[in-house]
Design a protein around this ligand. Structure first.
Ligand code: XMP
Length: 537
């Protein structure tokens, strides 16, 4: 699973079947991450890119000959859920350990390295999970320039190396292991039991940087300026034909539309479908910054009645998602037929949607149908253009900034494709939409005013069918209860409820009950994910 975008039309299912991976060409001079299904595989690539060196995920079994042909400067073996001694455990091409290309094994990757050199890996007597103290015993190569003798690092493993072969040398220890980090005698292969890519590891970036520049001798060639220039050139060379792009106001589709506008303004048509389930003022804002300020050819369609009609009487969350996806696809198709012909469809698909991490693990069970809210109609037979398909979210933000998108748009919290429908428990009625929208606007406004908006992953409010008793003046009244939910997260896979200052809670609560008609009570959600999810539906 990946982070979300708020593009209702993002059709990751389609993304998986098409076109050769262009990212492979970019890997010349870069670092390949062989993906063994670890939860941090994407994070490794992101961190390396942030150092200015291109990095991409490849299937764990990619042959070394192919890596050489791609011109990669080094290989990282990711973590993963398996045990190296287990039957059916994923193993890389043996030649990875021949010394021809520098290697850094992380966690499971470290265990593979130990095993491949003839050492022993066994189930540890004690699982090591969370923060741990690492004592560096050799402050050269990957630890060079790190003056602290002991650093905090992030561990997450159930197996440990119990015996090292002679050609592997320990370079750091932890409370649990005398070989928490190792190197090969020739100084080209490294293994770390901890996760340098995780923010909780002190000097993690330096460890990666030492490997990338010191060991692999990679050069800083990856920048958003360079990417933008190449991508615009490529888009300009796209064959004749008109391009249709659905925008939602979210970061990904906005950046996509502005890029296309720069490359092929006269052939571009963008459409914004207002589902009636958007945040307050959203339609007007999108039109203002894309059309008026940046000159992107954009048409807005108010389809709110159609969406609300289709949702009448439906309270099952998955059914709601499906209906919204279907109505969206129908609206889109109608528009495309009316304003066509179009040859291309542009989408803001991101790298994690194209490359699903965990290539070795069984597909996770579907908790919510996130991205594939419905997909776009296939019988339009449009060719896809996805200018962001090599990029991570933070890179898209940097690109958006280069393209002149306003900072508020680039920093906006994720918003689900089905919009307020997933923040309304039970049937979606115009009355509940009004209360939900009003309360959401207040939460966002107060968080911005209190300078807390950028501190959290998402801040919103949801409504259900709870009716609670209140007093208005001297009168007894019955009204709705709204729940405020604010969470911190790094990737939406897990989230922690935000310990909100009481004064801010108070401001939010009194503004909601004063300003949103029909609401008499405000609650604050104090559940993390898991066991709850971020959105209530
Ligand atoms: P949950 O609620 O599963 O959400 O913890 C994780 C992230 O995904 C967003 N979300 C969605 N995004 N379509 C989307 O495009 C959806 O149906 C959907 N449901 C949840 C949610 O806002 C959070 O950022």
């Amino acid at each position: 699973m990946t982070q979300t975008t708020r593009n209702p039309a993002s059709a990751s299912q389609q993304a998986k079947v098409r076109s050769p991976r262009k990212d492979l060409g970019l890997l010349r001079g870069g670092i390949a991450v062989l993906d063994f299904g670890g939860q941090y595989s994407h994070l490794i690539a992101r961190r390396i890119r942030a150092l200015g060196v291109y990095s991409a995920l490849l299937p764990f079994e990619t042959p070394v000959a192919a890596l050489k042909e791609m011109g990669v400067k080094g290989v990282v073996l990711s973590g993963g859920p398996s045990s190296v001694y287990g039957s059916g455990a994923p193993h890389p091409d043996k030649a990875v350990f021949s010394g021809a290309i520098p290697v850094l094994g992380i966690c499971y990757g470290y265990q593979l390295l130990v095993q491949a050199h003839g050492g022993d890996v066994k189930r540890a007597s004690r699982r090591e999970y969370g923060k741990s103290s690492l004592k560096i015993t050799e402050r050269t190569s990957i630890f060079s320039g790190i003056d602290d003798r002991s650093i905090t690092c992030w561990m997450s493993h159930g197996d440990s190396a119990t015996k090292l072969p002679r050609d592997l040398v320990p370079i750091a220890t932890s409370d649990n292991s005398p070989f928490a980090a190792i190197r090969s005698a020739d100084g080209l292969q490294f293994g770390v039991q901890f996760h340098p890519e995780v923010v909780h590891t002190e000097h993690g970036d330096e460890v990666l940087s030492n490997f990338v520049f010191g060991v692999c001798r990679a050069e800083r060639k990856w920048s958003m300026e360079g990417f933008l220039e190449d991508a615009l050139d490529e888009l300009k060379q796209t064959h004749e034909g008109r391009v249709l792009c659905a925008v939602s106001g979210g970061v990904d589709s906005s950046v996509t539309s502005v890029m296309l506008d720069k490359a092929m303004h006269e052939r571009l048509q963008c459409v914004f479908i207002d589902t009636g389930l958007l945040r307050e003022g959203e339609g007007a804002e999108v039109s203002k910054f894309l059309k008026e300020d940046l000159g992107v050819p954009l048409e807005s369609i108010d389809a709110s009645k159609r969406f609300l009609d289709a949702l009448r009487g439906v309270s099952d969350p998955e059914k709601k998602r499906k209906i919204i996806g279907k109505v969206f696809a129908d609206e889109f198709e109608e528009y495309a037929r009316k304003k066509g012909p179009f040859r291309y469809l542009a989408q803001g698909t991101l790298y994690p949607d194209v490359i699903e991490s965990g290539q070795t693990s069984a597909p996770a069970s579907v908790i919510k149908t996130h991205h594939n809210v419905g997909g776009l109609p296939k019988d339009l037979k449009l060719e896809l253009i996805e200018p962001l398909r090599e990029l991570y979210k933070d890179e898209v933000r940097a690109l958006g900034s280069l393209l002149g998108l306003p900072a508020e748009v680039l920093r906006r919290h994720p918003f689900p494709g089905p919009g307020l429908a997933v923040r309304i428990i039970g049937e979606v009625t115009p009355e509940k939409v009004r209360m939900c929208r009003g309360a959401n606007a207040i939460v966002e406004q107060v968080m911005r005013e209190e300078k807390l908006y950028d501190e959290v992953w998402q801040a919103f409010a949801y409504v259900g069918d709870d009716r609670v008793t209140g007093v208005l003046g001297d009168e007894r009244t019955v009204g709705t209860q709204v729940t405020v939910r604010v969470v911190q997260s790094v990737d939406a896979m897990t989230a922690d409820w935000y310990r909100m200052p009481h004064t801010v809670m108070e401001r939010i609560s009194s503004r909601i009950t004063n300003e949103v008609d029909g609401v008499v009570s405000v609650a604050y959600s104090i559940s993390s994910k898991p066991p709850a999810t971020i959105e209530p539906q």
